[in-house]
Write a protein that binds this ligand. Structure first.
Ligand SMILES: Nc1ncnc2c1ncn2[C@@H]1O[C@H](COP(=O)(O)OP(=O)(O)O)[C@@H](O)[C@H]1O
Ligand SMILES: NC(=O)OP(=O)(O)O
Length: 310
């Protein structure tokens, strides 16, 4: 029996509640397969597109209908609730269908970051939808947002992405897991908070969920980290005619490929770095990157990129 943290990518969760629900329902079947096999499963997820959409909607309502403005950390917390709700319901329905008695719970998770993290001065985390360069430049002028090109897929708004330092609700998460709960935690990388003399305070940023998931997996002393995204496998020369799939990747080769710039910053690079951070601490650990809808095939060893220390 292994303890496995499974992280679902925000971009891989589709563009609408309908799409997300369908994708999550499908993934729930594989996740319950892991539970049935006797593994302790903990689920985390991204929120880039979702927190961007929520923030856009809230800003629009405040501008046009004069509703109260919703600060960015509150939007992050809403994205945890929205995605957690879909995951929770899909997992509960699948457990009921298979007549398995197991409680499912989403934990609103805050993750402490360093208030002096240099990431606050250099926004890098893409959120929301993709825009053309022309539209991105126009919105930048109108709204004072910052847009950057996202891994060849178009322009997206970017916000600061500080490094996760401490999972505030870790002890509750651990207790819930040890008491047979199927736990969803650290959604969207966690709501970023800083520690002040007055206590915890939310900050406008999005923590990379791959980094937070690796921290969660490490803190829980998990055996495996699985990152589910939109591609079946990791490649070198990705998107070029000579692209080559990486079935297995050890930390030595990964460091070389990182130096060569094989993994796009803001998309595949944080996943590889998170997996390396996790596996480098123990040669008993492994990490797997594969697609959200092919998890069963990946678990059967037919696809996916397996990352190990040696
Ligand atoms: N070397 C690579 N191999 C595979 N995919 C890559 C690579 N470099 C960049 N990518 C891109 O990274 C994307 C996954 O990152 P992203 O969309 O940010 O993930 P998430 O599902 O966590 O939101 C893939 O869909 C793919 O387009
Ligand atoms: N928070 C976060 O990393 O989200 P994505 O997986 O959507 O990038």
């Amino acid at each position: 029996m292994a303890k496995i943290v499974v992280a679902l990518g925000g971009n891989a969760l589709g563009k609408s509640p309908k799409e997300q629900m369908e994708l999550v329902r499908n993934t729930a079947k594989s996740l319950i397969g892991l539970v049935k096999a006797g593994h302790k499963v903990v689920i985390s997820h991204g929120n880039g597109p979702q927190v961007g959409a929520i923030n856009l909607g809230m800003n629009f309502a405040a501008e046009h209908d004069k509703t109260a403005a919703f600060p960015f950390p509150e939007c992050g917390a809403m994205s945890q609730g929205y995605i957690g709700y879909h995951l929770q319901q899909s997992l509960q329905n699948e457990l009921a269908r298979q007549q398995i008695d197991k409680p499912v719970i989403s934990v609103i998770t805050q993750v402490a970051v360093d208030a002096t993290d240099k990431a606050f001065d250099n926004p890098t985390k893409p959120i929301g939808d993709f825009y053309s360069q022309e539209d991105a430049r126009r919105i930048e002028q109108e709204k004072n947002y910052i847009f950057k090109e996202d891994a060849g897929r178009g322009y997206r708004q970017v916000v600061p992405s500080p490094r996760p330092v401490e999972i505030i609700e870790l002890s509750s998460i651990n207790t819930l897991i040890e008491n047979n709960n199927l736990v969803i935690a650290s959604g969207g990388g966690g709501v970023p908070v800083i520690k002040t003399d007055q206590g915890l305070r939310g900050v406008p940023a999005v923590i990379d969920k791959d980094k937070s998931s690796a921290l969660l997996a490490d803190n829980l002393d998990a055996d495996q980290l699985i990152i589910l995204t939109a591609v079946d496998e990791v490649y070198i020369n990705y998107g070029k005619t000579n692209q080559q799939v990486l079935k297995k990747l050890n930390s030595t080769d990964a460091d070389i490929y990182i130096k060569e710039g094989q993994f796009a910053p803001g998309s595949m690079l944080p996943k590889i770095e998170a997996c390396l951070n996790f596996v480098k601490k123990s040669n008993m650990r492994c990490a797997l990157i594969t697609s959200l809808n092919r998890l069963d095939d990946a678990l059967a060893g037919n696809l996916g990129t397996l990352i190990t220390q040696k």
